[in-house]
Design a protein around this ligand. Sequence first.
Ligand code: GUE
Ligand code: MG
Length: 295
Amino acid sequence: MTAHLIDGKAFAAGLGDRIAAGASDFAARTGRAPGLAVVLVGTDPASEIYVRSKGRMARKLGMESFEHRLPADTTQEELLALVAGLNADAAVDGILVQLPLPSPLDSRAVIEAIDPGKDVDGLHPLSAGHLVAGLPGLVSCTPLGCLMLLRETLGSLAGLDAIVIGRSILVGKPMAQLLLAENCTVTMAHSRSRDLPEKVARADIVVAAVGQAEMIRGEWIKPGATVIDVGTSRVLRDGRTLLVGDVDFAAAAERARAITPVPGGVGPMTIMSLMHNTLVAACRRRGLPVPDLDG
Ligand SMILES: Nc1nc(=O)c2c([nH]1)NC[C@@H]1CN(c3ccc(C(=O)N[C@@H](CCC(=O)O)C(=O)O)cc3)C=[N+]21
Ligand SMILES: [Mg+2]
């Protein structure tokens, strides 16, 4: 392997120290810690783990964590009533509703009910619009984390050719907007794209967010490219469950200049970006200056 490993876990830990300092400063000025509310509907085991680690991280950094666990048969009205209560709660600066919601709940309507000032997931249409318009707002956690890793690895991204594979509202679309704002030339590829290998081969930056285990082959990667792997798929291999990304890591690492591992790459940055957004939302809501959290 020749690529530099982009250590998301270590970068997230450093960012966490700066967020903790910002949270403590916020508490000293306002008399209360920044507050994050996480809503989990149902008992999906993976979601349980994510929600627990978000709550644990918030408390570790000196923030208040409000965890709301609702049964899988919660009605749309009950969920909207909870969101309305969190919108009105002065101790809550950020609201995250864990996705996916069990059917038949309508996640779009729930997300649109969140106060955009508390939308720490960056999923409200107003947050998405702010990003496209280049206005300050809250940016979706996974793309924000990817951008921080790219800046840390490459410095300026201006003029680089980037490809984002995957066009979800949670990751692909905001990622492309962030790269465009960094003056990259951005290609957005997806399941219907033609000649994907050729398109990937032209990119200096590859962000893989398709959700299909090891779909991006190592031979496609341009030598010297930087690869950010958003995927986390559990696969059974030699009788053991393994977490793998959207990129064929071993082969890609032979060609890339730098690459994120799975786990330990993008995942830890997603959670830390949520903490980042919670502190930013808290400061904005109180009219306080947002601390400089870039290393
Ligand atoms: N409203 C909403 N916002 C989200 O941001 C959101 C969501 N819903 N639903 C589910 C996905 C998934 N997600 C992850 C967070 C952390 C890791 C993470 O820390 N992963 C570790 C490995 C963890 C493991 O071993 O399973 C790593 O990559 O190193 C992964 C995935 C946030 N999501
Ligand atoms: Mg990861």
